[in-house]
Design a protein around this ligand. Sequence first.
Ligand SMILES: NC(=O)c1ccc[n+]([C@@H]2O[C@H](COP(=O)([O-])OP(=O)(O)OC[C@H]3O[C@@H](n4cnc5c(N)ncnc54)[C@H](OP(=O)(O)O)[C@@H]3O)[C@@H](O)[C@H]2O)c1
Length: 320
Amino acid sequence: MRAAILDTNGPLDSVRIGELDAPSMRGDDLLVRVHGAAINPADLKVVTGKDGAAFLHAKNFPTSFGFDFSGVVEAVGRDVQGRSVGDEVFGFLAYARSTKQGSFAELVSVKPNTVGDKPPTISHEEAATAATAGCTALQALEEIGRLQPGQKVLVNGASGGVGSYAVQIASHLGAEVWGTASAAKADFVKGLGAACVVDYKTAPLADIGEKFDVVLDAASMSSFGKVSGILEPGGAYVTLLPSLGLLTGMLASFFSSKRCGVVVVKSRTANLNRLADWLRAGKLRASVDSTFSLNDITAALAAQQAGKAQGKLAITVAAR
Ligand SMILES: NC(=O)c1ccc[n+]([C@@H]2O[C@H](COP(=O)([O-])OP(=O)(O)OC[C@H]3O[C@@H](n4cnc5c(N)ncnc54)[C@H](OP(=O)(O)O)[C@@H]3O)[C@@H](O)[C@H]2O)c1
């Protein structure tokens, strides 16, 4: 199969397009022909081998990489029920050291309980962008943040992949949403439904002068200690990256009514189908800044690294 290939860890331009064996498939797997994929910050770590890459993907070179995908079921394992050849599905591969395949490739082999039904109203590229980012936002807000309708949320890093889905999802769940972003992206975040956008470069979170029930630190640049003063009693600080600051925050939260937690996102059918329903109904918009062909994967990775995108960058793996 055609794939973006890593022969070893290195700079972004060491990625090449070539042929790899299709992933092996067990009786409880689905083989999915990938049409759309999406870039995540984790892809940069997997390519360079830095920043905890060993926990995200196996080092079985030559290897493909990439996590988010949307495509069509090409083969169904003999033990699988409820899925048929031709089903359109989306999801993401596990962020795990056991992951030996990638979505920047024509085929992925996945468990049925890790995919959802792709909404028929949007493209495969759009669906792929909702997989990791949408599930992370949903799991952070509901499962760790325990967000309730009528509450107030601050999304730090609201213009990014996770943040752009989090602003929309929190609004849809009935919260008042504030966001932080660089000044140039403030209008984009307002367009997602944020009531107020704060420039993180000029105003530290602690100085916002408002109280929140949930602070979702999508940028993972702050800490429980820094935002504790702007959390309501019983409120939650949720980050996306484990760190020493997270451990300190979790310890401090034992002596407080306020909570501190981290999300480790999982691809689950129930979450994906919920996102798909909202996308189909137009209650959630896929957050795509631009789309690159698989041949231009290095340019897409460089664009992610440059941080200029509003929302997500998508990849066309095979035109449909
Ligand atoms: N734990 C998990 O399961 C999980 C899942 C998904 C992602 N993640 C991690 O979560 C992080 C965000 O992912 P993403 O896909 O949203 O990344 P992204 O698309 O690159 O977005 C990053 C965002 O951070 C903002 N930002 C940069 N510096 C900031 C600062 N000093 N203060 C506040 N905001 C700042 C950027 O704003 P501007 O562009 O406006 O400057 C941008 O909106 C990454 O580290 C990723 O690896 C973890």
